[in-house]
Design a protein around this ligand. Structure first.
Ligand code: C2E
Ligand code: MG
Ligand code: MG
Ligand code: MG
Length: 283
């Protein structure tokens, strides 16, 4: 009958639901195990000064060397880590790895550029991130000015809590603060100014928009003008071709990052481009 059919349908959906739930639990267990075993490594992507072509910083981007699935990118595990709170442990690992890497690079006698670390406000709930940074820097004998912190605009706005207090404490240590993926959240530039950020990283959607229309250029120009008026340097994310560099130069953008300069690299391949990297247009 119709009634029985309905009932079995419900059972079907129930089963699907529980399968999904189970898969999620398995993935969560896998991630927890991976954090305990430390199956993570950092890749590094340079950020380049647009007028000199030299590397001003490197961004640390986490990768999961999964025992059976290979090298996984953040999209495969960061969202789950954030939902489950596992981001606290993962974030602590990232800070430790970056400081250890900076110490290793320092041993080679090269002049170092700062490394920026992506941080999620969810980490602030469970861990004292300023303390973690201070301990890791001290342990590896690394100067605070060699570390920068990136927080995405959207995560900052969606997270209540005491985000600004924690960020102010980090900045008080001499660590620069960067707004990441600007333009994808709902903040106003005045909100950002009250947090006193040093650098504004404009989301790659705006960089992609540069070639599309005159409007795209006007929008980017307005962001740069306002950011400069508020005392922030501006980074264009996702630069993929020379045309974008030319436009960004004319708009007085300060720094660029993207596959055209370099994709994120393992530390072994990053070393040769420290501390300087001249991008092709000025080489
Ligand atoms: P993000 O911080 O905005 O990092 C930039 C992302 O864009 C990176 O992806 C990078 O590989 C990619 N990208 C760089 N240049 C280009 C380009 O020219 N074109 C295109 N299409 N993409 C480009 P990735 O490494 O997959 O990281 C994704 C996101 O995961 C990061 O976005 C960041 O929000 C998050 N993430 C990475 N590492 C960490 C971490 O250690 N902790 C936390 N909380 N989040 C992290
Ligand atoms: Mg970032
Ligand atoms: Mg970004
Ligand atoms: Mg982005």
């Amino acid at each position: 009958s119709v009634k029985t059919g309905g009932k079995s349908n419900y059972r079907f959906y129930d089963q699907k639901y529980y399968e999904k739930l189970r898969a999620r639990h398995d993935k969560e267990d896998d991630l927890r195990r991976a954090i305990e075993n430390d199956e993570f490594l950092m890749y590094y992507q340079p950020r380049v000064d647009i007028s000199t072509g030299t590397t001003s910083s490197m961004e640390a981007l986490v990768r999961w060397q999964h025992p059976s699935k290979g090298l996984l990118e953040p999209l495969d595990f960061i969202p789950l880590a954030e939902e489950t709170g596992l981001i606290a442990g993962l974030g602590a690992l990232a800070i430790e790895k970056v400081c250890a890497q900076l110490a290793r690079w320092a041993k080679t006698g090269q002049e170092l550029v700062p490394v920026s670390i992506n941080v999620s406000p969810r980490q602030f709930d469970k861990t004292d991130v300023p303390k973690l940074l201070a301990e890791s820097l001290a342990h590896h004998g690394v100067a605070a000015r060699l570390v920068e912190i990136e927080v995405t605009e959207s995560s900052m706005m969606s997270h209540g809590g005491e985000v600004s207090e924690v960020l102010a404490a980090i900045q008080g240590m001499g660590i620069k603060l960067l707004v990441d993926d600007f333009g994808t959240g709902y903040s106003s530039l005045s909100q950002l100014q009250s947090l006193d950020f040093d650098v504004l990283k404009v989301d790659r959607a705006f960089t992609a928009g540069l070639e599309k229309s005159e409007q795209g250029n006007v929008l980017f120009a307005a962001i740069i003008t306002m950011a400069h008026a508020l005392g922030m340097r501006v980074v264009a994310e996702g630069v993929e071709n020379e045309r974008q560099i030319r436009i960004l130069k004319s708009l007085r953008c300060d720094e660029i990052q993207g596959f055209y300069i370099s994709k994120p690299l393992p530390p072994s391949e990053t070393q040769p481009i420290l501390p300087k990297w001249f991008f092709p247009s000025t080489a």
